[in-house]
Write a protein that binds this ligand. Structure first.
Ligand SMILES: Cc1cc2nc3c(=O)[nH]c(=O)nc-3n(C[C@H](O)[C@H](O)[C@H](O)COP(=O)(O)OP(=O)(O)OC[C@H]3O[C@@H](n4cnc5c(N)ncnc54)[C@H](O)[C@@H]3O)c2cc1C
Length: 427
């Protein structure tokens, strides 16, 4: 029977990245995945990654000639719903092939001593005589012991959902909790049309961005509810916004979590990361680096919790919760709640927000004046609806309350339940 310090279930961006950090802390780590190695993350080809993240997460920069590398761009535009206003952000972005990027992460992890096993599925947890998690059993019936079990299985959250423990919310990431992304890989028909930067229209949750072919682009839309609804949103987006003429090459579809993360990621012998912990960005569903924000400090906390053969109790892992929830957790809670207020907005309302640089602004823009005064002026001059004003005030007020509450996330598990009652009420 194999015994590890940590077993991670799921070998994609969250599990592989985390395994490498743990191995660098000197831990013996096993990563399993139900898929064949060559099929890993096949659902998505091209993805975008801010270049700063290479530095932030200690990765070697991907460059021309590397197999995962496609190209770089350094500007992102966002445009208003009526296409009248444009905002510009300077952001260095790497365009890469996701399966090859994960392969690169895996090679680095293997170099640091991580063991990977494919076509190996998690079936259930095993517990010790004190009912504490002590490992897993695979669907082939093999028992693998580890002091810490990590769920990095993405939306299925195969381990988190089976845990019966007051510190772990075992909800399913159901159809209404997902962001359905539809991507069209297209060839541009007019040789003078080039898509060298990413341009998004937040009102439609639609965008056009570079892909691997110089005369190509990716047209994308994200929507809640279902793929059917995403397709309808795509049709509306393309009807309202004039994109360059194109011929469809192929489509990709996928979904990411679109709900608040669990209030606690840890309990005795257990940690949940990545999509299984719903750590995606509320505005666009991207989830690679937003999940790493939790992983990076977690690796050090786990190493300390496991030092000298210790069992990782929730108390010793708790700082993972505190650091995340008071930081990105608080920011995303605010944003997630505020975005709900945008649902009632018309295209004209959205245009006005761009015009007055409310929420949307260019990096080089010096925005003056109070937001509330601008919104009231918009209502008085009939450029912004009263309904949108009320909805936005309500949602941003709730967003701020949530942010303040998350910043007071408890220092230890015993104060968790009181904190959770208030958080539940606010949500
Ligand atoms: C169309 C689309 C485009 C996207 N574009 C971007 C982007 O440009 N930038 C960005 O940051 N994010 C993007 N995202 C989001 C990003 O892909 C995810 O947030 C991220 O990949 C999640 O990684 P993960 O490792 O947590 O989960 P996953 O990638 O879902 O990996 C989970 C792994 O667990 C394995 N697994 C599941 N069940 C079991 C089991 N029982 N036993 C063993 N293994 C199991 C699965 O086989 C899988 O390999 C996009 C998502 C979609 C759908």
């Amino acid at each position: 029977m194999a015994i590890y310090d940590v077993i991670i279930v799921g070998a994609c961006t969250a599990g592989t990245f985390f395994s490498n950090l743990l191995a660098q802390e000197g831990l013996k780590v096993l990563v399993i995945d139900k898929d064949k190695e060559e099929n890993l993350s096949k659902r998505l080809d091209i993805f975008h990654f801010t270049r700063q993240s290479f530095k932030d997460y200690g990765l070697e920069e991907s460059k021309e000639g590397d197999e995962e590398f496609v190209r770089n761009f350094n500007l992102c535009y966002s445009k208003s719903a009526l296409d009248n206003y444009l905002k510009k952000s300077f952001l260095e972005v790497a365009v890469m092939h996701l399966p090859l990027f994960i392969l690169r992460l895996r090679k680095t992890a293997i170099k640091h001593g991580v063991t990977f096993r494919f076509e190996t599925s998690f079936d259930h947890l095993v517990y010790d005589e004190n009912k504490r998690i002590k490992g897993i059993v695979t669907t082939q019936g093999e028992e693998i012991l580890a002091r810490l079990v990590v769920d990095a299985s993405g939306i299925p959250s195969v381990i988190r959902r089976t845990i019966k423990d007051p510190y772990i919310e075992n909800f399913e990431i159901g159809p209404r909790d997902k962001f359905y992304v539809l991507l069209k890989y297209v060839e541009l028909l007019n040789p003078t049309d080039k898509v060298e930067y990413s341009t998004s229209w937040p009102y439609f949750k639609g965008w056009i961005a570079p892909q691997h072919k110089q005369n190509g682009a990716i047209v994308g839309v994200g929507a809640n509810l279902s793929y059917d609804y995403a397709r309808k949103c795509m049709a509306k987006f393309e009807e309202k916004i004039k994109l360059p003429e194109y011929k469809l090459q192929y489509e990709e579809m996928g979904c990411t979590p679109y709900r608040r993360p669990p209030f606690s990621f840890v309990t005795d012998g257990f940690l949940v990361i990545g999509d299984a912990a719903c750590l995606t960005k509320p505005m666009n569903g991207e989830g690679i680096t937003s999940a790493w924000v939790q992983c990076a400090p977690a690796a050090k906390i786990v190493a300390k919790a496991l030092k000298n053969g210790k069992y990782p109790t929730k108390e010793s892992l708790w700082k993972i919760n505190t650091l995340y929830q008071r930081g990105e957790g608080a920011d995303f809670a605010n944003l997630r709640a505020t975005l709900i207020g945008a649902v009632d907005m018309t295209m004209k309302d959205n245009d006005y927000m761009f015009k007055e640089s409310i929420i949307f602004k260019s990096d080089d823009e010096d925005v003056k004046g109070s937001v509330i005064n601008k919104l009231i002026k918009g209502v008085l001059t009939k450029q912004f609806s009263f309904k949108a004003l009320i909805s936005l005030l309500r949602s941003s007020n709730l967003g701020k309350k949530l942010e303040r509450h998350y910043k007071k996330y408890p220092d230890n598990p015993k104060d968790y339940f009181n904190w959770k009652i208030k958080a539940d009420k606010l949500w």
